[in-house]
Write a protein that binds this ligand. Structure first.
Ligand SMILES: Nc1nc2c(ncn2[C@@H]2O[C@H](COP(=O)(O)OP(=O)(O)O)[C@@H](O)[C@H]2O)c(=O)[nH]1
Ligand SMILES: [Mg+2]
Length: 343
């Protein structure tokens, strides 16, 4: 999964990126003008629970997120992050001149609106440019195909309705129109996770549009300390744990992904899937042979498996269910695929 970090100037994007990835801030600064990427592991807490039951020794294989630290929002930078699955937008709320809560809330909402508007305008730009290109072809009617006409019609509707009705119009599109849209990789169709970067004294700040409130600078400093050194400082700030500790998992779910597990002879693997994915897609994630020769998925929910404590008990208690290709995988499912490659 790919996620880009965006936000205004000095919002704390690079500081956040370094706190989450462990990359040295000065090194990151040196290359942040052109953007920087790093991979983080989604160390879901359930790996440890599985390991506690099956014993240590198996390799833990986590899904990963590729994070992009983008230079401060500029239109020309948008093209480079079209491919991402989701966006993290850092809202700068540290060292404000405003000291009253209503003023801070107002600043926060304004910044969220500004970022949304930037992304939205970038989308309109793409739709308009494409419209112009097709219209230019209309001057040579022989070159205009049915597909172009259908696309032009779709673009016209989007340009008219997106500004007033918002992203909900995507849900009502036909399958063909949805396919036509895929190539545009519109921001309006991507999840945006807003993170507030506040001063140390404002860690209790709340806002309904903000998913996580933290101080990027504090998180970076704390993450560089040894665990026992860090504890007294965290208590001083009223933090039970680092806000970034569980963030990869939170990002993962926020961006519309779920995870299923396979427990092999040598490994415990978590596989990432889009929220709507079925058993066939899950099989394909492991290997195309498994989806091609798919016979069945033997599935046990995470909680059932955990309360049984082993495959043998889960089977004895008939907790494993046999599911077909269209079974909608649930987050945490433990799956064993049966397949036949000679089919
Ligand atoms: N006081 C304070 N300063 C911060 C915080 N986050 C970032 N900064 C400072 O703001 C400056 C810019 O941060 P940086 O992460 O590079 O911003 P970017 O432009 O969004 O990448 C640096 O000097 C940071 O130390 C914060 O939470 N509190
Ligand atoms: Mg930066």
């Amino acid at each position: 999964m790919k996620v880009a970090i965006i936000g205004g100037e000095l919002a704390g994007k690079t500081t956040f990126f370094c706190a989450v990835t462990g990359i040295d801030y000065n090194k990151a600064l040196a290359s942040s003008a052109k953007g920087l990427s790093a991979t983080i592991r989604v160390e879901d807490h359930r790996f440890k629970l599985i390991e506690d039951k099956v014993g240590k020794g198996k390799k833990i294989v986590c899904p990963t997120i590729e994070l992009f630290d983008t230079p401060t929002m500029a239109r020309d930078m948008f093209a480079s992050i079209r491919e991402v699955d989701g966006i993290i937008a850092i809202v700068r709320l540290y060292d404000l001149t405003a000291s009253l809560l209503p003023d801070k809330i107002k600043l926060c909402n304004n910044e969220i609106e500004r970022i949304r508007a930037e992304l939205f305008l970038a989308d309109l730009d793409i739709l308009e440019k494409r419209t112009e290109r097709i219209k230019a072809q209309q001057k040579h009617p022989s070159q205009l195909k049915d597909e172009d006409v259908a696309e032009l019609d779709l673009l016209g509707r989007l340009l008219e309705e997106l500004p007033t009705k918002g992203a909900q119009i995507f849900d009502k599109l036909t399958t063909e129109d949805k396919k036509r849209l895929n190539g545009f990789k519109l921001f309006s169709q991507k999840p945006i996770m807003f993170i507030a970067n506040v001063s140390d004294s404002d860690l209790q700040f709340e806002n309904k549009s903000i998913a996580v409130v933290l101080s990027t600078k504090l998180e970076l400093e704390l993450s560089q300390m040894k665990e026992d050194e860090r504890q007294p400082f965290m208590e001083g700030y009223g933090l039970k744990q680092l806000k970034i500790a569980n963030l990869p998992t939170e990002i993962y779910h926020y961006m519309g992904y779920k995870m299923f597990f396979t427990i092999g002879k040598n490994d415990i693997t978590g596989w990432g899937l889009r929220r709507e994915a079925d058993a066939l897609e899950a099989a394909d994630k492991i290997h195309s042979d498994i989806s091609r020769g798919f016979i069945a998925a033997e599935v046990v929910s995470f909680d059932d498996w955990l309360s049984c404590g082993s495959d043998a008990v889960a089977r004895a208690q008939a907790k494993y269910k046999t599911e077909g290709k269209t079974y909608k995988v649930k987050d945490g499912d433990i799956i064993l695929f049966r397949f036949n490659v000679s089919r």
